[in-house]
Design a protein around this ligand. Sequence first.
Ligand code: 4AD
Ligand code: MG
Length: 477
Amino acid sequence: MKRIRIKEVLKTTPNNQTVVVKGWVRTFRNSQFIALNDGSTASNLQVVVDFENTPEALLKRITTGAALSITGVLIASLGKGQAVEVKATSFEILGDSDAERYVLQPKKHSLEFLREVAHLRFRTNTFGAVFRVRNSLAFAIHQFFNERGFVYIHTPIVTSSDAEGAGEMFRVTTLDVNNPPRQEDGRIDFSQDFFGKSTNLTVSGQLEGELAAMAFGDIYTFGPTFRAENSNTTRHLAEFWMIEPEMAFYDLNDNMDLAEELLKYVIQYALTHHAEDLELLSQRLLEEEKQKPQAERSELSLLEKLQFCLANNFERVTYTEAISILRESNHNKKKKFNYLINEWGADLQSEHERYLVEKHFKKPVILTDYPKAIKAFYMRQNDDGKTVRAMDILFPGIGEIVGGSQREERLENLVTRMNEMNIPTHELEWYLDTRRFGACPHAGFGLGFERLVLFVTGMTNIRDVIPFPRTPKNCEF
Ligand code: 4AD
Ligand code: MG
């Protein structure tokens, strides 16, 4: 007989039909009741074992973590907490789990501890929910873009350019690091490296994405990106996934509209398809918040926060307006910011972003028209000579979730800016070609996938929304 997933079994009307289920034991009570989980849903299936007619030695092997195959009849449950249960007629232990050594015994484990056993944490309620939601968010993103005729482009992982011009790259090389070939002046000779030049892991697929947008009109990328920035925070990973749409004939307003629509679409998708998982995660967050002083607890539950995001238009404000709000704020006057806001031109820290979103506007905010000095070379320059057509979307509890801009499509302006910023134009001739042959206004943005998952699941550390996080001094599994 074919195995049925527990999610299906739980939805089936019981009628003494025979079913086969397979999964892992969460708990085994009174030598009789197995709580079986197969990852298809947060809920366990109750399996009742005929313990009087089962050898003691076999019962002993039904331990937490063991893999079981069970054949039984589906009946209405007499116990509380579930509609149906399976009365086992036979079962087989597929894989034992040594209770002495298996660390995930049924009790509360801290998220920090579970991070250390990330190879097993998929099997907990919390991480089961997180990674099912993560999967659905990825699916919803593809669906959103495909419904709108966007072409999914796979941009390279290994590149020879620095898309952001920020120099935060991981080098890729096959040279002998202990004895690399050198040029006469002593510098390493990368012409002898695998690709015949210096290469690195990509920080963004945007530049290649722009090339494709100049042919397909609307494209998006969705892939891993790498940043060697030494940021040990709850919002930064060295390896993260990014979604980067790029649209020909879009200006900054079109860009903001699309980003807002995308975020609302995927949040709605999660709410529609993951009521049970989100309820569980909402409870988890409530428990976590109880540990905090009253003043630091959020006013809304996770589910309310998600609904709130759907119900409100994101506030669109210029950087210049934001700076004056921050400068005039009591927070700034009372010196409660670690970085005080005095001057126009200051880069915003996450404390400022969160102040604007959580304290001032109390909803998602889109900041636009940043000073050119703190943004990348490819952003379209405004006529004021000081600002660029940038946009960052700021979310409660997260800070920046999206970064994007209208692009500088005017060749001369772009080259001038690259020279000012010491971006070598000869390495990016292919990029400049799009400005030589059929240049047009265009725009795009990058959505940090883990930051999105963080927001939707209400988890508080980005290390808990990617299966195997890579952060400074940490690359386990
Ligand atoms: O603002 P960023 O650096 O923008 C770009 O890379 C552009 N090329 C995007 C574009 O216009 N196509 O990164 C975009 C988003 C951020 O808003 C943030 O959500 C996420 O990527 N991000 C990170 N997420 C996790 N860990 C990190 N170290 C991240 N750095 C950026
Ligand atoms: Mg950014």
